[in-house]
Design a protein around this ligand. Sequence first.
Ligand code: AKG
Ligand code: FE2
Length: 419
Amino acid sequence: MSNLAHELVPICPMSTAMHIKAATPRSTVAANQNKPSKTSTPTIKTLSLQDFNCPSTRPQFLKEMRESLMEIGTFYIKDHGISGNMTQGAMKAVQDYFALPLEEKKKMMIGNSKHFRGYKLIGEEFTNNQVDHREQLQFGPEQTPIESFIPGCSPNYDGLQGPNQWPASTLALLPEFQPCILDFMAQLESLSHRLMDAVALSLGLNVSFFRDMFGQTPYYRLKAAKYPSVSKQTIIGCGAHKDTGFLTVLLQDAVGGLQGQDPKTGQWMDTRPVPDTFIVTMGESVERLTGGLYHATVHRVLNNTSGHDRYSIPFFFDPALQAQIPARISGLDQAMCPAYLHASCGDDTSDSEDESSLATTKDRKAQWDTMAMVERLDSLDLDSTATRDESCWSNGDHVFETVHRCHPEVYSRWYNREC
Ligand SMILES: O=C(O)CCC(=O)C(=O)O
Ligand SMILES: [Fe+2]
């Protein structure tokens, strides 16, 4: 597996975070917009992963990440270690795939795959009770199926494990397709781990908190989508929703149309294409785990009337299907609350935890902004308090619920059985 994100050499530039002002919503959807708010317009920040990799810029990176996730739940990431050749190659691979004749694409219909992998025709997916206007293609980790899986008897999520569809005729037509998709997924997996390391630190948790939770075999889905340009103003590309899992890393082309919602005002903000970046969004699992401290951004894709087809490639990153997830990270409210975010944060938490493993809130506040913050956070054993007392939920059940809802045809064909 490629490990590019980990191999970045920190060159310690000055912090390079920049801010993209949320654009005025496009006039074509004016009817859907909420009234402009009097509160300040939120910005979607662009963070540099190099700033995370470099000890001197890491505190500023974590501060900006935390602010972004508390305010909106979305940011752009640049200097992410995935080359332009890779991202352009992946875009070209999916464009070439969607350009194949329909009969060829139908060989890979998602309904053929018990593991929810494959092609979906336009108009077959609903989000928020509205039909989405996109064609899509879905992949996951290349795995051997669980032989003992019996539909209706085994946990449904055991059926998610398995291979992708690679019809021989498609591979003959597009020889670069399979290696490109597999390589891109491996690099996105590595990047996503790194981003979750940063999310953990930004919450005041041990750096390995999510890696421990994710286990050795995280479950991910790579979706490629094509939004054809339409003349009808009313057709929405993808209805408003929150992603259900932990983290989404999304590559989009230059067409635009993706919007995120400001949780405070309900105002829609264009998530404009920014060259050489991915869009990073938190999903509902993180929102739930953090008790709503970090937002899962509500987002949608507008109707595409640009005259050009739009392509996007979201990557949904989740823990192992077998993972049990604590209902909520306890101790979080005390663990974070740096002074610059919460002026009203309590001065003391009257921690009942072991003082040797948990600093007092006062200490934490004082140390948060120092260069030594990262080492300090690493030494706080917050993850042990986080998982201790809460009831857990099954990540596999949660993932299955999502994919089953999106692709009911796969469920009825392969899963809807009595034991
Ligand atoms: O295509 C996009 O830009 C967004 C897609 C999306 O939000 C999704 O598939 O969950
Ligand atoms: Fe989404």
